[in-house]
Design a protein around this ligand. Structure first.
Ligand code: IMP
Length: 480
């Protein structure tokens, strides 16, 4: 009897209650899930580190948005910096370790050690200005002799371009307010198929090509403007000297970039000027002569559109423009002076005072559309710290008509009356914030409203000129 009991007890303990099977199964799946999570996190990390990431950075207003500062933040995440349009009309300011650097032709990312820069075929190069810039940088400890490459397909600016720029501007009814650096006339020659490229400058045929061009230009200068002709011999000697100095930097731009892409290098395309100064998509004719929009990165460097992964637009928390042309949200005089001085709104290239106005969401929506902007970097938020109220232009009124889309007709834009939305100011120093949550509540509300109006997230906020006065938001994309 006793034995039977014993057997029964043993068999009882062998039969587990149905519930006790669940525990190991659940444990097994938990472990499996944890392993999967870790693996996918590792994969994401590896992808972020190894995946190709070529970024175009564009100005989403009229230039001077503070692109230099954003480039400085992004440079740590890329290997190669490319300028793809414009010339030394541009001025990118970077403040690093308390020192101010202004770049005109050289990609500003070269401020960082170990980076390579390319001046692409879409840029127009004044060799004198470029060599001066190289020297200025060298004197301040940045030697670009090994790191700067120049595309042999870029066009060269000559003194006749500069003369023509100034003369055309002074004779024009309805001035554009150009920088007077010969940018427009050089692009005119490029499109008229009579320009001289870096490859020509460095070739044996240079003297012959220069003589041909100079004969034409001197004829024009004399007949149209009564100007004295430029000396061929002097120009030849000067430009042969430039050719010698620049020759070690010259490469075939598209091949250079293709090789870099194949080797897994990451590229940042540094747009100059801004969308509203783009020759096709800007406030024509009050524009520059190149494609400052994201598409220009392909034509101006020789990389295919399929090699571009992200487009970042840079905007100021308000609006500025230099030179002539419509600026619908322009401030009245007193406010203009206040913001101009607080924001140090004087051109980095010409020193001209910038015109300032409220943020124009119509303009930036247009920029988001034509550039395919993925995310926005907002600069100079701190300049609005003292405002009691802040306005955002959400549309225009043209007589009785309301306009929500950016008009192509310059006369409509000239007449346009902004429709404003008014938000409370934050009356606190935004410059002390190093993360989104630390920003004054009203500043966050302002930025959130911009995001909603533009339909794209804000990925970076800059609250001062120093390097450390900028922070990424949760919308920053993984670039490794
Ligand atoms: P250009 O580029 O010198 O022919 O000047 C044409 C227009 O573009 C003028 O209104 C200039 O003030 C403007 N512009 C050219 N480069 C810049 C820039 O880097 N920032 C702002 N405006 C610019």
């Amino acid at each position: 009897m006793e034995k039977e009991k014993c057997i029964d007890r043993r068999s009882d303990s062998n039969i587990l209650p149905p519930n006790s099977y669940f525990l190991p199964i659940i444990l097994f799946f938990c472990v499996l899930c944890a392993v999967c999570c870790v693996l996918s996190a590792v994969c994401c990390l590896l992808y972020a580190i190894l995946a190709p990431m070529n970024i175009v950075l564009v100005g989403a207003q009229w230039g001077d948005e503070g692109k230099g500062k954003v480039i400085d933040v992004l440079t740590g995440e890329v290997d190669i910096l490319v300028r793809y349009q414009g010339g030394h009309n541009a001025g990118h300011t970077v403040i690093a370790d308390g020192k101010e650097f202004i770049f005109h032709l050289i990609p500003s990312g070269l401020l960082h050690k170990g980076k390579t820069g390319l001046i692409g075929n879409g840029v127009v190069i004044d060799p004198e200005a470029l060599l001066e810039e190289m020297q200025r940088l060298k004197a301040r400890g940045i030697d670009v002799r090994r790191t700067l490459k120049i595309s042999d397909e870029a066009h060269v600016i000559f003194p006749y371009h500069k003369r023509l720029d100034i003369l055309e501007e002074s004779w024009r009814t309805g001035r554009i307010g150009t920088t007077g650096r010969g940018i427009g006339p050089c692009y005119v020659d490029k499109v008229a198929r009579c320009g001289i490229r870096v490859a020509d400058l460095c070739s044996k045929e240079f003297a012959h090509k220069l003589r041909q061009r100079l004969t034409e230009k001197n004829r024009l200068l004399r007949a149209m403007y009564g100007e004295r002709p430029l000396s061929f011999q002097q120009l030849l000697g000067r430009y042969q000297g430039y050719a010698k100095a620049l020759a070690p930097h010259v490469v075939h731009g598209p091949r250079f970039l293709q090789d870099a892409i194949k080797r897994g290098k990451r590229i940042l395309f540094e747009g100059a000027q801004g969308t509203l100064l783009d020759i096709d998509h800007g406030t024509y004719p009050y524009v520059t002569s190149s494609n400052a929009t994201a598409g220009g990165a392909c034509t101006g460097s020789g990389v295919p559109p399929t090699a571009i992964h992200k487009v970042i637009g840079v905007v100021k928390a308000y609006t500025t423009r230099v030179g002539e042309g419509p600026l619908p949200t322009e401030f009245p005089n007193a406010l203009m002076e206040q913001i101009r001085h607080r924001g140090k709104e004087f051109g980095a290239t010409t020193g001209r005072p910038r015109r300032c106005g409220w943020f124009d969401a119509v303009v930036v929506r247009h920029a988001v559309c034509v550039n395919g902007i993925d995310a926005i970097a907002v600069t100079k938020l701190d300049v609005l710290d003292d405002m009691d109220t802040i306005k955002i232009c959400t549309g225009y009124r043209d007589g009785k008509k309301q306009i929500r889309e950016f008009p192509s007709d310059i006369d409509v834009l000239n007449r346009a009356e902004p429709i404003y939305e008014t938000l409370p100011g934050w009356k606190a120093p935004a410059s002390e914030s190093t993360r989104w949550q630390a920003l004054p509540m009203a500043a966050r509300r302002y930025l959130k409203r911009l995001q909603t109006l533009l339909g794209v997230p804000i990925c970076l906020i800059s609250t001062g000129s120093k390097r450390e006065q900028a922070f990424k938001t949760k919308h920053w994309f993984a670039t490794g």
